[in-house]
Design a protein around this ligand. Structure first.
Ligand SMILES: [Zn+2]
Length: 449
């Protein structure tokens, strides 16, 4: 099928959608974005319900007939465009130009994350309709939110409350990418996350450092607390921390063993001194995909300017994030951390839960829908897909896996130089075009599943 007319129309729609600056962090134009998405979907015969979210509407669109049902999750909000001076073209105008290597790209905020993903799928759906005389051979349920970039504060509860309306044979997640060798990179899960602040206070005001002879030091306390929580290989030493970690399946490990080892390239690109456990190859990806992480974001307190200042600071704080894997639960993990501090005589170190709190979610790669998504990628891209049982990152996948009970696959059109969330966000035009073809083929394959 000639996809050119569908791609041409998709470019027009994408340009119009990125022109709406739906910045959820600033509450900008979210209703306008939601109406535009509604109009696009209504034109394809979708019936749309709009539900209020915390700052932006959640849309659930339904169309089609058939024995199979596919759920799609996308978002119409974007990250703020700042710093504006680093953009080479206006952030809310779709701009086509070649990069230094002569690769044709489209630039705009949201062109990759997530408006380009949404529009490429919509174009594939239009092509599918054209193939079937204006009808859809499967049922599509399309959920779009406008709060993804502020941590999806309404989504978990929404999906929980509407689980019975969202049932499907499979769910297509909002992102995915094509690697520099042209291989589609597919994810079957996301880690959970819990962000914490640890606070230690020893006095109401800073003290003369001579009093260090008799007064404990808050930075020392925090350092001790943090050091007690993990060993030098990165293994977390909090009692019970691994009790609920789900063992990897043989399929997960098989896929991991086939991931091309890009650790050396990463090491070089960022000047990384070395990896924990000297991990490379399968071990490196096991750690990235399947193991929980304790990361210290910052440790703050006391004097840090030029020269010396003999002060004993009154208080100090540290910011931590824990990346979690199925079936760890953020609230349970916080309880274990508190118990750990008590066991180490550090119960006066205060644990403050920050807003970021997400459950992990991972789908079974042996499920027919997951296999269909992978097989279709192999066929469309002409390369063996790189399949990660989970991304190392986090996102709101859990309610779909857990409450709806649907397998979720992440596949899409992003690229390693896509500058998602940064100035000069872009996609490779050829990836967008392939994305339209992938959408068409995936819909067709699921309809026949
Ligand atoms: Zn994003």
């Amino acid at each position: 099928m000639d996809l050119k007319p569908f791609i041409a129309q998709a470019k027009i729609d994408l340009a119009a959608l990125v022109a709406i600056d739906t910045v959820s962090a600033h509450g900008r134009n979210l209703e306008v974005g939601a109406s535009f998405v509604t109009k696009l979907l209504e034109a394809e015969g979708f019936v749309i319900k709009s539900y209020p979210g915390k700052v932006a509407p959640i849309l659930v669109a339904e169309a089609g007939e058939g024995t199979r049902t596919m759920l799609i999750y996308n978002h119409y909000d974007v990250q703020p465009e700042s710093p504006l001076e680093l953009w080479h073209s206006a952030p809310f105008i779709l701009t086509e130009r070649e990069d230094a290597a002569g690769v044709l790209r489209w630039y705009a905020r949201g062109v990759s994350d997530d408006k380009g993903e949404f529009i490429s799928r919509l174009a594939g759906l239009r092509a599918l309709k054209a193939q079937h005389g204006g009808t859809l051979p499967l049922k599509i349920k399309w959920l779009l939110e406008g709060e993804e970039e502020i941590g999806s504060p309404s989504l978990e509860k929404f999906v929980h409350d509407h689980a019975s309306e969202l049932t499907a044979d499979g769910c297509w997640w909002e992102f995915g990418s094509i690697d520099p060798a042209g291989r589609p990179v597919i994810y079957a899960g996301l880690k959970g996350i819990v962000c914490l602040e640890l606070r230690a206070k020893v006095a109401d005001s800073d003290l003369h450092s001579s009093l260090g002879a008799v007064v404990d030091n808050p930075i020392y306390k925090l350092a001790k607390a943090i050091a007690s929580m993990r060993d030098e290989t990165g293994r977390i030493t909090i009692n019970g921390f691994y009790d609920s970690v789900r063992p990897a399946s043989s399929t997960d490990l098989e896929y991991i063993s086939r991931i091309p080892d890009e650790s050396a390239a990463l090491q070089q690109a960022y000047g990384i001194k070395g990896f924990l456990e000297n991990a490379s190859g399968a071990r490196y990806y096991e750690r990235l995909n399947l193991e929980p992480v304790l990361n210290v974001n910052g440790l703050h307190g006391g004097y840090g300017d030029a020269g010396s200042k003999t002060v004993l600071p009154a208080e100090a704080f540290a910011k931590l994030d824990f990346r979690l894997v199925p079936d760890q639960n953020p609230s349970e993990i916080v309880k274990l951390i508190r118990a750990h501090l008590t066991q180490h005589n550090l119960s006066d170190v205060e644990v403050i839960e920050l807003e970021t709190h997400e459950m992990p979610g991972r789908s079974n790669l042996d499920h027919p829908f997951m296999k269909t998504a992978i097989d279709t990628a192999r066929k469309v891209y002409g390369h063996e897909p790189v399949v990660h049982p989970s991304s190392g990152g986090s996102g709101p996948m859990h309610p779909f896996v857990e409450f709806v009970g649907v397998p979720v696959v992440a596949a899409g059109i992003g690229n390693i130089s896509g500058f998602v969330h940064a100035p000069n966000e872009n996609i490779v035009v050829a990836h967008f075009e392939k994305g339209v073809e992938y959408a068409l083929e995936l819909f067709s394959s699921v309809a026949k599943m």
